[in-house]
Design a protein around this ligand. Structure first.
Ligand code: NAP
Length: 290
């Protein structure tokens, strides 16, 4: 078993980005700029936002964190987004999810200008990604692709099983792995909560690659996989003990895997790195650079 080291791959991607940024800055341009909106107080969101801001520094980007109280109304938040949409000095805008219950997240996502939508959640970007056109690709799914590419894991012609169909992870990674992208051309099964257990087991036991994003600790057990499987564990679950674990029973499953992502240090790191890739694209598009 070998580890798909998201930390190593992310650092390499961010280093490349920082070199490119240094070149642009040397030529007289301003730095790329990411704005993050954070509403309310939610401990995991605080930690995700912190790692995005830290990564911006490593990439040579400027960033701004705009905090709003839990009680902010949807209209007020939409007005703030409209203001940032019109600001040429911001290349990429993220609204950290989840939002308080009184705010409809889809209304917020739809309000972000697609050219600044570095999360890739806007219907325009999602649609373009699905059609194989240039787009900001949802960062977790894009990060997984970058990680597989970094370790030269063969994808073409392989049988992939994706478990979980959320708009931010399962759905986009199933599309990206099956599409005719630079990484893709796999045969993909997308499983979800209505997938009968026996069918799920049939699929996972013959899968070459499994991507699991259900948010259930220990969901994938040793008896569910074949020898040599490539295991991508997207889950981030905090146990009562405070320990962070994925959706895979790592101790039981890892020995059967050819490759596996650790949690932490796997997909999470790649999500942030992919956001940096998307921000650089927003910046180069903003300035019509190569
Ligand atoms: P989500 O929106 O809650 O979606 C979970 C998906 O899993 C749903 O599609 C659900 O099916 C499916 N599911 C739940 N129980 C299942 C079961 N027993 N059998 C088969 N499918 C089942 O979650 P998410 O946002 O995709 O996140 C999933 C996990 O990844 C969480 O632990 C989250 O913290 C983590 N995450 C990590 C990163 C990262 O950067 N590493 C990024 C995002 C999320 P239905 O659609 O039918 O309900």
């Amino acid at each position: 078993m070998k580890l798909l080291d998201g930390k190593l791959c992310a650092e390499s991607l961010v280093k490349d980005i920082s070199r490119r940024v240094a070149g642009y800055v040397d030529s007289g341009l301003r730095k790329p700029h990411m704005t993050v909106i954070l509403v309310g107080e939610h401990a995991p969101s605080e930690s995700y936002v912190k790692s995005k801001i830290t990564s911006c520094k490593s990439a040579g980007f400027e960033s701004a964190l705009l905090r709003f109280p839990e009680q902010i109304g949807e209209a007020e938040l939409l007005a703030k987004i409209a203001e940032i949409n019109g600001d040429h000095a911001t290349d990429g805008l993220i609204v950290q999810l989840p939002l308080p219950k009184h705010i409809n997240p889809q209304n917020i996502i739809n309000a972000i200008d697609p050219v600044k939508d570095i999360d890739g959640f806007h219907p325009t970007n999602f649609g373009r990604m699905t059609l194989g056109q240039k787009a900001f690709r949802p960062a977790t799914a894009y990060g997984i692709c970058k990680l597989l590419q970094f370790y030269e894991i063969p994808i073409k012609g392989k049988h992939c099983v994706v478990i979980g169909r959320s708009n931010i992870v399962g759905k986009p990674i199933s599309i990206m792995l099956s599409n005719d992208f630079e990484i893709g051309n796999a045969t993909v099964t997308l499983a979800h909560i209505e997938t009968p257990r026996e069918l799920l087991l049939d699929e996972t036991r013959r899968a070459d690659i499994i991507v699991v994003a259900v948010g259930i600790p220990g969901f994938i057990t040793e008896d569910m996989v074949k020898e040599g499987v490539v295991m991508i564990d997207v889950g981030i679950n905090r146990l009562e003990s405070g320990k962070l674990v994925g959706d895979v029973d790592f101790d039981g499953v890892s020995e059967k895997c050819s490759w596996i992502t650790p949690v932490p240090g796997g997909v999470g790191r790649m999500t942030v790195a992919a956001l940096m890739v998307n921000t650089l694209m927003a910046y180069t598009d903003n300035f019509n650079l190569e």
